[in-house]
Design a protein around this ligand. Structure first.
Ligand SMILES: Nc1ncnc2c1ncn2[C@@H]1O[C@H](COP(=O)(O)OP(=O)(O)OP(=O)(O)O)[C@@H](O)[C@H]1O
Length: 248
């Protein structure tokens, strides 16, 4: 079964077509990298997968169901670019940040039961942050906040994980930790991961599929077929296609 199938999708902002006849599919356990220059349509496609934007044409299916019909959004985990703009003085604790993703399970009066508390602890253990549960999120380092946001996403046990440039502004050590955690979530828990990144060299070592975006088109490659050097050459001369397709 395809976890995600994108078929002939178009999207325009006003008159500018920014996603142009994109078709892609991803299976359970894939780790896909979305790479490409600024403005090539990566985030717009992610926003259509999360239902925040509607395609002008084509169809997006998650777990074999049209995205319009998805009722249980907890199966899709999403960390957006906006995480890095997080307000440092925000007063919430780590527990509250994670609980905010469990509101659907809390019932009308928003009571934190012991089973929800143990789900929060389990999610924090996954990112090695269980000792930080009572800390204020604003007092944590960027890398620690990043891990809390992974825990917040994982508390609902999503099957499809979408990460839109989550590593902007975090240091090398935190990037390594992030890849380690997401790699474990992908390998050990079998979750499907799609991650937008500008660090093509680093992500191409993690992903099994690399999707190169260029002017609204998307060209998928298996990581074995992907050449980082070709990719960089392509970026130097944007008039040529980044890479030839390999029969996809
Ligand atoms: N809300 C909007 N209104 C109008 N145009 C937009 C809007 N959001 C994005 N665009 C335009 O759509 C195009 C694709 O943007 P998108 O954010 O999808 O690209 P991207 O590949 O994710 O870029 P980046 O790597 O910079 O995040 C760009 O030309 C951008 O300026």
């Amino acid at each position: 079964m395809n976890v995600l199938k994108i078929e002939h999708v178009d999207f325009s902002y006003d008159d500018e077509k920014v996603v142009n006849d994109v078709s892609l599919s991803f299976r359970k356990g894939d780790f896909a990298a979305f790479v490409g220059p600024n403005g090539s349509g990566k985030s717009t496609l992610i926003k259509m997968i999360t239902g925040n934007l509607k395609p002008d044409a084509g169809e997006i299916k998650v777990f074999d169901q049209s995205v319009d019909k998805v009722k249980d959004w907890t199966k899709i985990g999403y960390i957006s670019q906006e995480v890095r703009d997080f307000n440092q003085s925000f007063p919430a604790t780590v527990r509250e940040i994670i609980a905010s993703n469990l509101y659907g399970k809390m019932g009308l009066i928003k009571v934190m039961t012991s089973s929800l508390e143990s789900e929060i602890l389990k999610a924090l253990k996954l990112v090695d942050m269980e000792n930080f549960i009572n800390r204020k999120i604003g007092n944590l380092s960027g890398g620690q906040q990043q891990r809390v946001f992974i825990a917040r996403m994982m508390v609902n046990d999503p099957e499809l994980i979408l990460l839109d440039e989550p590593l902007v502004g975090v240091d090398i050590k935190a990037q390594d930790d992030f890849y380690q955690i997401i790699g474990d979530i992908n390998h050990n828990l079998g979750k499907t991961v799609i991650m937008v990144s500008h660090d093509v060299n680093l992500i191409s070592m993690q992903a099994n599929k690399i999707v190169c975006f260029e002017e609204g088109k998307a060209y998928p490659h298996k990581s074995d077929d992907f050449s980082y050097d070709h990719y960089i050459e392509g970026l130097r001369d944007t008039s040529i296609r980044i890479l030839p397709e390999h029969g996809h």
